[in-house]
Design a protein around this ligand. Sequence first.
Ligand code: ADP
Ligand code: MG
Length: 287
Amino acid sequence: MKRGLLAVNAFLNTEKFLSVYRFLQDAAARRKMKLDIVRTDALCTPFDVLPDGMGDVEFVIFWDKDVVAARRLELAGLRVFNSARTIGICDSKIETAMCLRGKVEMPSTIFAPKTFDTVGYADRAFVESAAKTLGMPMVVKEACGSFGWEVWLARTLEEANAVIDKMGAREFLMQKFVAESAGRDVRVNVVGGEVVSAMYRFNDNDFRSNITIGGKTEPYRLSAEQRRAALAASDAVGADFCGVDLLLGKDGPLVCEVNSNPNFKSSLDCTGVNMADNIIEYIEGRI
Ligand SMILES: Nc1ncnc2c1ncn2[C@@H]1O[C@H](COP(=O)(O)OP(=O)(O)O)[C@@H](O)[C@H]1O
Ligand SMILES: [Mg+2]
Protein backbone atom coordinates (compact mmCIF):
# COMPACT_ATOMS: atom_id res chain seq x y z
CA MET A 1 0.00 0.00 0.00
CA LYS A 2 1.41 3.37 -1.04
CA ARG A 3 1.76 5.80 1.83
CA GLY A 4 1.62 9.56 1.65
CA LEU A 5 1.37 12.44 4.05
CA LEU A 6 -1.21 15.18 4.13
CA ALA A 7 0.62 18.17 5.57
CA VAL A 8 -1.77 20.57 7.27
CA ASN A 9 -1.47 23.76 9.25
CA ALA A 10 -1.00 23.04 12.94
CA PHE A 11 -3.32 25.80 14.08
CA LEU A 12 -6.26 25.85 11.65
CA ASN A 13 -8.70 23.39 13.17
CA THR A 14 -12.10 24.55 11.98
CA GLU A 15 -14.52 22.22 10.22
CA LYS A 16 -13.92 24.15 6.99
CA PHE A 17 -10.36 22.77 6.89
CA LEU A 18 -11.01 19.40 8.55
CA SER A 19 -13.67 18.48 5.97
CA VAL A 20 -11.21 18.98 3.11
CA TYR A 21 -8.65 16.77 4.86
CA ARG A 22 -11.30 14.04 5.19
CA PHE A 23 -12.20 14.29 1.50
CA LEU A 24 -8.55 13.81 0.57
CA GLN A 25 -8.08 10.91 2.99
CA ASP A 26 -11.27 9.20 1.76
CA ALA A 27 -10.22 9.66 -1.87
CA ALA A 28 -6.83 8.11 -1.07
CA ALA A 29 -8.50 5.16 0.68
CA ARG A 30 -10.66 4.56 -2.43
CA ARG A 31 -7.39 4.19 -4.41
CA LYS A 32 -5.92 1.89 -1.71
CA MET A 33 -3.48 4.54 -0.57
CA LYS A 34 -2.79 5.57 3.00
CA LEU A 35 -2.73 9.29 3.63
CA ASP A 36 -1.57 10.19 7.14
CA ILE A 37 -2.01 13.69 8.45
CA VAL A 38 1.11 15.49 9.59
CA ARG A 39 0.77 18.88 11.27
CA THR A 40 3.29 21.51 10.33
CA ASP A 41 4.43 21.83 13.94
CA ALA A 42 5.56 18.20 13.83
CA LEU A 43 8.02 19.23 11.10
CA CYS A 44 9.86 21.58 13.44
CA THR A 45 13.01 19.50 13.80
CA PRO A 46 16.53 20.46 12.64
CA PHE A 47 16.51 20.56 8.83
CA ASP A 48 18.72 17.49 8.52
CA VAL A 49 16.56 15.40 10.90
CA LEU A 50 13.20 14.21 9.50
CA PRO A 51 10.63 13.40 12.19
CA ASP A 52 10.20 9.66 12.88
CA GLY A 53 7.90 7.55 10.76
CA MET A 54 8.58 9.20 7.43
CA GLY A 55 10.89 6.54 6.01
CA ASP A 56 8.31 4.92 3.71
CA VAL A 57 6.52 8.08 2.63
CA GLU A 58 6.22 8.31 -1.18
CA PHE A 59 4.57 11.68 -1.50
CA VAL A 60 3.23 14.64 0.42
CA ILE A 61 0.05 16.56 -0.31
CA PHE A 62 0.79 19.94 1.15
CA TRP A 63 -2.48 21.62 2.18
CA ASP A 64 -1.15 24.81 3.68
CA LYS A 65 0.69 27.98 2.73
CA ASP A 66 3.70 27.31 4.96
CA VAL A 67 6.41 27.59 2.33
CA VAL A 68 9.22 26.88 4.80
CA ALA A 69 7.60 23.65 5.99
CA ALA A 70 7.01 22.55 2.37
CA ARG A 71 10.58 23.35 1.48
CA ARG A 72 11.97 21.43 4.44
CA LEU A 73 10.12 18.33 3.18
CA GLU A 74 11.54 18.86 -0.31
CA LEU A 75 15.03 19.20 1.18
CA ALA A 76 14.47 15.80 2.78
CA GLY A 77 13.95 14.37 -0.72
CA LEU A 78 10.16 14.05 -0.60
CA ARG A 79 7.93 14.83 -3.60
CA VAL A 80 5.61 17.56 -2.43
CA PHE A 81 2.32 18.38 -4.25
CA ASN A 82 2.12 21.40 -4.77
CA SER A 83 5.78 22.29 -4.73
CA ALA A 84 7.07 24.84 -2.23
CA ARG A 85 7.79 27.12 -5.20
CA THR A 86 4.19 26.98 -6.44
CA ILE A 87 2.82 27.52 -2.93
CA GLY A 88 5.06 30.57 -2.52
CA ILE A 89 4.00 32.08 -5.85
CA CYS A 90 0.31 31.55 -5.09
CA ASP A 91 0.50 32.69 -1.48
CA SER A 92 1.64 36.15 -2.51
CA LYS A 93 -0.68 37.90 -4.94
CA ILE A 94 2.31 40.08 -5.85
CA GLU A 95 4.46 37.06 -6.76
CA THR A 96 1.50 35.68 -8.71
CA ALA A 97 1.13 38.90 -10.69
CA MET A 98 4.83 38.89 -11.56
CA CYS A 99 4.75 35.21 -12.53
CA LEU A 100 1.64 35.57 -14.73
CA ARG A 101 2.82 38.75 -16.41
CA GLY A 102 2.69 38.37 -20.21
CA LYS A 103 1.09 34.89 -19.96
CA VAL A 104 -2.50 35.76 -19.08
CA GLU A 105 -4.54 38.93 -18.74
CA MET A 106 -4.82 40.29 -15.19
CA PRO A 107 -6.21 43.53 -13.77
CA SER A 108 -3.43 46.12 -13.77
CA THR A 109 -1.53 45.65 -10.48
CA ILE A 110 0.88 47.91 -8.59
CA PHE A 111 2.84 46.67 -5.59
CA ALA A 112 3.46 48.76 -2.46
CA PRO A 113 7.08 49.24 -1.39
CA LYS A 114 8.30 47.45 1.72
CA THR A 115 8.10 49.17 5.05
CA PHE A 116 8.56 48.14 8.69
CA ASP A 117 6.23 48.00 11.69
CA THR A 118 8.11 50.73 13.50
CA VAL A 119 8.22 52.98 10.41
CA GLY A 120 4.92 52.70 8.48
CA TYR A 121 4.24 54.66 5.29
CA ALA A 122 4.98 58.31 6.13
CA ASP A 123 5.04 59.33 2.45
CA ARG A 124 1.91 58.27 0.52
CA ALA A 125 2.92 59.68 -2.88
CA PHE A 126 3.02 56.10 -4.25
CA VAL A 127 -0.64 55.62 -3.29
CA GLU A 128 -1.65 58.82 -5.04
CA SER A 129 0.35 57.83 -8.10
CA ALA A 130 -1.25 54.35 -8.16
CA ALA A 131 -4.72 55.90 -7.85
CA LYS A 132 -3.98 58.10 -10.85
CA THR A 133 -2.76 55.14 -12.91
CA LEU A 134 -5.51 52.71 -11.90
CA GLY A 135 -8.39 55.15 -11.48
CA MET A 136 -10.81 55.26 -8.57
CA PRO A 137 -12.29 53.29 -7.02
CA MET A 138 -9.32 50.92 -6.79
CA VAL A 139 -8.90 47.58 -5.08
CA VAL A 140 -6.40 47.31 -2.20
CA LYS A 141 -5.32 43.81 -1.18
CA GLU A 142 -2.88 42.33 1.25
CA ALA A 143 -0.38 40.25 -0.70
CA CYS A 144 -1.21 37.20 1.43
CA GLY A 145 -4.88 36.89 2.23
CA SER A 146 -7.78 34.45 1.91
CA PHE A 147 -11.58 34.25 1.81
CA GLY A 148 -11.81 37.88 0.66
CA TRP A 149 -11.03 39.05 4.19
CA GLU A 150 -7.99 41.12 3.20
CA VAL A 151 -9.45 42.69 0.03
CA TRP A 152 -10.97 46.20 0.04
CA LEU A 153 -12.50 48.63 -2.40
CA ALA A 154 -11.24 52.19 -1.88
CA ARG A 155 -13.49 54.86 -3.37
CA THR A 156 -11.25 57.76 -2.38
CA LEU A 157 -7.62 58.34 -1.43
CA GLU A 158 -8.76 58.80 2.17
CA GLU A 159 -10.39 55.35 2.12
CA ALA A 160 -7.26 53.82 0.59
CA ASN A 161 -5.08 55.40 3.25
CA ALA A 162 -7.37 54.26 6.06
CA VAL A 163 -7.07 50.65 4.82
CA ILE A 164 -3.31 51.01 4.47
CA ASP A 165 -3.06 52.33 8.04
CA LYS A 166 -4.76 49.16 9.28
CA MET A 167 -2.36 46.86 7.44
CA GLY A 168 0.73 47.83 9.43
CA ALA A 169 3.80 46.64 7.57
CA ARG A 170 2.10 43.72 5.81
CA GLU A 171 2.80 43.61 2.06
CA PHE A 172 -0.03 44.84 -0.14
CA LEU A 173 -0.92 45.73 -3.69
CA MET A 174 -3.25 48.12 -5.46
CA GLN A 175 -5.28 46.89 -8.42
CA LYS A 176 -7.61 48.21 -11.09
CA PHE A 177 -11.20 47.61 -10.04
CA VAL A 178 -12.92 45.48 -12.70
CA ALA A 179 -16.30 47.15 -12.19
CA GLU A 180 -18.17 44.98 -14.70
CA SER A 181 -17.21 41.92 -12.62
CA ALA A 182 -18.15 43.39 -9.23
CA GLY A 183 -19.58 40.66 -7.02
CA ARG A 184 -19.13 38.03 -9.75
CA ASP A 185 -16.32 35.71 -10.70
CA VAL A 186 -15.64 32.13 -11.75
CA ARG A 187 -13.68 29.59 -9.73
CA VAL A 188 -11.95 27.08 -12.01
CA ASN A 189 -10.42 23.97 -10.44
CA VAL A 190 -7.49 22.54 -12.38
CA VAL A 191 -5.68 19.25 -11.73
CA GLY A 192 -2.72 18.06 -13.80
CA GLY A 193 -3.33 20.64 -16.51
CA GLU A 194 -7.01 19.79 -16.93
CA VAL A 195 -10.11 21.62 -15.80
CA VAL A 196 -12.09 19.40 -13.44
CA SER A 197 -14.86 21.79 -12.41
CA ALA A 198 -15.99 25.38 -12.65
CA MET A 199 -18.51 27.40 -10.69
CA TYR A 200 -19.92 30.88 -10.96
CA ARG A 201 -19.85 32.85 -7.69
CA PHE A 202 -22.00 35.90 -7.17
CA ASN A 203 -22.87 38.30 -4.39
CA ASP A 204 -25.39 41.12 -4.79
CA ASN A 205 -24.27 42.81 -1.56
CA ASP A 206 -20.49 42.92 -1.88
CA PHE A 207 -17.94 43.32 -4.71
CA ARG A 208 -16.18 40.21 -3.36
CA SER A 209 -17.81 36.96 -4.46
CA ASN A 210 -16.07 34.71 -1.89
CA ILE A 211 -18.47 32.20 -0.35
CA THR A 212 -17.20 33.01 3.15
CA ILE A 213 -18.43 36.58 2.61
CA GLY A 214 -21.87 35.43 1.45
CA GLY A 215 -21.29 34.57 -2.21
CA LYS A 216 -23.70 32.09 -3.82
CA THR A 217 -22.69 29.52 -6.43
CA GLU A 218 -23.93 27.96 -9.64
CA PRO A 219 -22.31 25.37 -11.91
CA TYR A 220 -20.69 27.15 -14.85
CA ARG A 221 -19.82 26.28 -18.43
CA LEU A 222 -16.48 27.87 -19.31
CA SER A 223 -15.87 29.57 -22.63
CA ALA A 224 -12.84 28.36 -24.57
CA GLU A 225 -11.08 31.60 -23.67
CA GLN A 226 -11.79 31.19 -19.96
CA ARG A 227 -10.55 27.60 -20.07
CA ARG A 228 -7.35 28.71 -21.78
CA ALA A 229 -6.77 31.46 -19.23
CA ALA A 230 -7.24 29.12 -16.25
CA LEU A 231 -4.94 26.47 -17.73
CA ALA A 232 -2.29 29.04 -18.67
CA ALA A 233 -2.37 30.43 -15.11
CA SER A 234 -2.07 26.97 -13.57
CA ASP A 235 0.80 26.13 -15.91
CA ALA A 236 2.62 29.42 -15.25
CA VAL A 237 2.70 28.92 -11.47
CA GLY A 238 3.68 25.25 -11.95
CA ALA A 239 0.63 23.93 -10.08
CA ASP A 240 -0.15 20.23 -9.80
CA PHE A 241 -3.62 21.31 -8.72
CA CYS A 242 -5.15 24.71 -8.04
CA GLY A 243 -8.23 26.87 -8.03
CA VAL A 244 -8.06 29.82 -10.41
CA ASP A 245 -10.29 32.85 -9.81
CA LEU A 246 -11.33 34.50 -13.08
CA LEU A 247 -12.89 37.95 -13.22
CA LEU A 248 -15.39 38.58 -16.00
CA GLY A 249 -13.75 41.50 -17.84
CA LYS A 250 -15.65 43.19 -20.66
CA ASP A 251 -12.89 42.19 -23.11
CA GLY A 252 -12.45 38.67 -21.76
CA PRO A 253 -11.35 36.81 -18.65
CA LEU A 254 -8.89 38.39 -16.22
CA VAL A 255 -7.04 36.15 -13.76
CA CYS A 256 -7.65 37.41 -10.22
CA GLU A 257 -5.56 34.88 -8.28
CA VAL A 258 -4.44 31.26 -8.16
CA ASN A 259 -5.11 29.22 -5.00
CA SER A 260 -2.62 26.41 -4.40
CA ASN A 261 -4.88 24.73 -1.85
CA PRO A 262 -8.39 25.69 -2.87
CA ASN A 263 -11.20 24.81 -0.48
CA PHE A 264 -13.00 22.52 -2.94
CA LYS A 265 -15.89 21.60 -0.61
CA SER A 266 -18.04 24.39 -2.08
CA SER A 267 -17.15 23.31 -5.65
CA LEU A 268 -18.17 19.77 -4.72
CA ASP A 269 -21.48 20.96 -3.27
CA CYS A 270 -22.10 23.07 -6.37
CA THR A 271 -20.91 20.81 -9.20
CA GLY A 272 -20.84 17.30 -7.70
CA VAL A 273 -17.19 16.94 -8.74
CA ASN A 274 -14.96 15.80 -5.89
CA MET A 275 -11.59 17.34 -6.74
CA ALA A 276 -9.98 15.10 -4.09
CA ASP A 277 -10.41 12.12 -6.43
CA ASN A 278 -8.76 14.00 -9.29
CA ILE A 279 -5.86 15.01 -7.05
CA ILE A 280 -5.27 11.47 -5.75
CA GLU A 281 -5.45 9.93 -9.24
CA TYR A 282 -3.08 12.56 -10.57
CA ILE A 283 -0.54 11.89 -7.80
CA GLU A 284 -0.87 8.14 -8.24
CA GLY A 285 0.16 8.60 -11.85
CA ARG A 286 3.27 10.51 -10.82
CA ILE A 287 4.84 8.46 -8.03
N1 ADP B 1 -9.51 43.82 -9.25
C1 ADP B 1 -10.72 43.39 -8.89
N2 ADP B 1 -11.86 43.89 -9.47
C2 ADP B 1 -13.10 43.44 -9.11
N3 ADP B 1 -13.29 42.50 -8.15
C3 ADP B 1 -12.20 41.97 -7.54
C4 ADP B 1 -10.88 42.38 -7.88
N4 ADP B 1 -10.02 41.70 -7.12
C5 ADP B 1 -10.75 40.89 -6.32
N5 ADP B 1 -12.07 41.04 -6.58
C6 ADP B 1 -13.17 40.32 -5.89
O1 ADP B 1 -12.73 40.02 -4.58
C7 ADP B 1 -12.66 38.61 -4.38
C8 ADP B 1 -11.47 38.26 -3.51
O2 ADP B 1 -10.26 38.62 -4.16
P1 ADP B 1 -9.03 37.62 -4.28
O3 ADP B 1 -7.92 38.35 -4.91
O4 ADP B 1 -9.47 36.36 -4.92
O5 ADP B 1 -8.64 37.37 -2.73
P2 ADP B 1 -8.87 36.12 -1.75
O6 ADP B 1 -7.56 35.38 -1.76
O7 ADP B 1 -9.12 36.71 -0.41
O8 ADP B 1 -10.00 35.29 -2.30
C9 ADP B 1 -12.60 38.02 -5.78
O9 ADP B 1 -13.10 36.71 -5.80
C10 ADP B 1 -13.46 38.99 -6.58
O10 ADP B 1 -14.84 38.70 -6.42
MG1 MG C 1 -9.98 34.37 -4.21
